[in-house]
Write a protein that binds this ligand. Structure first.
Ligand code: ZN
Length: 89
């Protein structure tokens, strides 16, 4: 991947707090993420919301800046509870 300078993109509107939050988001994005399939921290973001593992090659959809999001976990919980309900019925 081509290394992009963070300089020009830091010029965000909204002052220091927004820039700080933005830097945190990018740091979170660049941090190695653990693969949910093999457990190796070789997960990389292919595109916005698309994550790929360099170790086992699995590819899945996730958050824009993190492989798992709070909303994603919540929807997973809802989905699992729904399937449980169907099995009970
Ligand atoms: Zn993996």
């Amino acid at each position: 991947m081509k290394k992009k300078s963070l300089g020009p993109r830091l010029r965000t509107r909204g002052g220091l707090s927004v820039r700080k939050r933005w830097t945190q988001t990018i740091m979170e994005l660049k941090r190695p993420h653990k693969c949910p399939t093999c457990g190796w921290p070789s997960l990389k973001r292919m595109s916005v919301g698309i994550w790929s593992c360099g170790n086992c090659g699995s590819r899945f959809a996730g958050g824009a800046y993190q492989p798992t999001t709070k909303t994603g976990l919540a929807s997973q919980r809802v989905a699992s509870s729904k399937t449980q309900q169907t099995t009970i019925i």
